[in-house]
Write a protein that binds this ligand. Structure first.
Ligand SMILES: NC(=O)c1ccc[n+]([C@@H]2O[C@H](COP(=O)([O-])OP(=O)(O)OC[C@H]3O[C@@H](n4cnc5c(N)ncnc54)[C@H](OP(=O)(O)O)[C@@H]3O)[C@@H](O)[C@H]2O)c1
Length: 381
């Protein structure tokens, strides 16, 4: 057994610690760990929506990673840490909002790493974001790999900056000998999307006939099951101080709409909004909403449109060669996402297809699921 591999014998081995377990990635990860027979302890925030772990055979601890003592206590006795939690956002927000992003993501990661060291909890796999990976400045659509550093000299979202700093926390800890690595995540599509994510909501809105247009651009998408597999591969075979990018496929927004149409049976919108127009509109809308209605969920934001406009591609060869990562298909991920939302009653359109049987079965077994994303609805992270 390699240093990071889990013992899968239920009660006698120490639990693996998972932060962000109620979220989209965390919920899929927990389901997979349970499926593999691993004992799991999840960190939850008591007052929040924890439906994703309801009825699951996991140890629950309550706390906030912004609080070092709570994090220390929560992690006691664990062996192996998946630090998945983060505050995801594509908006600029006000000072308080940005501070919250910083504290949840950067300080939170520092606390989890410190608590893991103090508790001798072993390997820590931290979920990263492709938006914090750099790109070719002359041609942003060329594939980015792990060697490309986040570019700080342009307008970026607070979330993106925070995820770049999350990596900095990891490299600092690794330089001091901690066994930590980053599993870089692209835009997630899959089931077990209980909040639901912005992308999951978009799939439901699409199917329910609420999407009238789309924008250009594209991004790297990762099936929920692939990003989960990536985390497990990191834990089992990753090298400390390294980052591994996990993606399934690059898709344009138009490709994604084609998949939606195929999966849901609902005809896609034909009206395309040029990115520059969408960007201008989103700047105005975002400026207004951030100031006058800060809690109103922004459906599309300048940051997300900027990201999509770059048409960024990912190079996953490091994960494939070093870890044996094998990406699966986004089509299947969309099927799983659709089945999940359909099963939960979020699809109101009587003309929409029933989900594919095997995707449905997987949802019913709580084994996996899916959700999706569209450009004009907030875009990828
Ligand atoms: N989804 C994507 O497309 C995507 C793309 C790139 C990278 N990622 C990365 O993947 C990871 C998981 O994303 P996700 O999509 O699963 O996000 P998510 O669905 O929003 O879930 C995030 C989870 O983190 C928890 N959390 C946030 N702040 C916390 C704090 N201060 N203390 C304790 N828990 C806290 C949340 O708890 P509450 O429920 O209590 O708020 C929630 O359960 C993140 O690190 C994110 O940066 C995701």
């Amino acid at each position: 057994m390699t240093p990071g591999q889990h013992k899968s014998n239920g009660s006698s081995s120490p639990p693996v610690f998972v932060t962000g377990a109620a979220g989209h990635v965390g919920a899929n990860l927990v389901l997979r760990l349970l499926e593999d027979g691993v004992r799991v302890r999840v960190l939850l925030r008591r007052e929040d929506n924890n439906e994703a772990v309801e009825g699951l055979d996991v140890e629950r601890v309550y706390g906030d990673i912004r609080d070092l003592d709570e994090t220390r206590r929560a992690l006691q006795g664990c062996q192996g840490v998946y630090h998945v939690a983060a505050m995801i956002s594509t908006i600029e927000g006000n000072l308080a909002y940005r501070r919250n992003i910083y504290e949840c993501n950067v300080l939170g990661t520092r606390h989890v790493l410190q608590a893991a060291r103090e508790n001798d909890a072993g390997r820590v796999v931290v979920t990263g974001s492709f938006s914090a990976v750099g790109y070719d400045l002359d041609n942003p659509s060329l594939p980015s790999d792990e060697t490309m550093q986040f570019y700080p000299m342009e307008r970026t979202m607070p979330y993106e900056r925070s995820k770049a700093l999350v990596e900095h926390e990891c490299w600092r800890a690794a330089a001091h000998g901690q066994d930590v690595m980053v599993a870089t995540c692209c835009a997630v599509i899959g089931g077990a999307d209980y909040f639901p994510s912005r992308l999951g909501r978009t799939l439901c809105d699409y199917t329910n006939g609420k999407l009238r247009a789309y924008v250009d651009g594209g991004f790297e998408f990762v099936a929920a099951r692939d990003i989960v597999e990536g985390h497990l591969l990191c834990m089992a075979h990753g090298r400390a101080g390294e980052k591994y990018i996990f993606s399934s496929e690059y898709k344009t927004i138009s490709d994604i709409l084609d998949l939606y149409e195929e999966v849901t049976g609902v005809m896609r919108p034909g009206r395309r909004i040029p990115t520059h127009m969408m960007l201008a509109f989103s700047e105005v809308a975002s400026f207004y909403l951030s100031r006058f209605h800060p809690s109103f969920p922004q459906r599309f934001t300048p940051g997300a449109i900027r990201l999509l406009k770059k048409c960024r591609h990912a190079d996953t060869s490091k994960a494939q060669h070093e870890l044996g990562y094998r990406p699966t298909s986004i089509r299947d991920a969309v099927h799983q996402a659709y089945a999940f939302h359909y099963h939960r009653g979020a699809i109101e359109n009587p003309l929409a297809n029933p989900p594919r049987e095997e995707a449905m079965t997987r949802v019913q077994n709580s084994a996996s699921g899916a959700d999706i994303s569209i450009a004009s609805e907030g875009g990828p992270l």
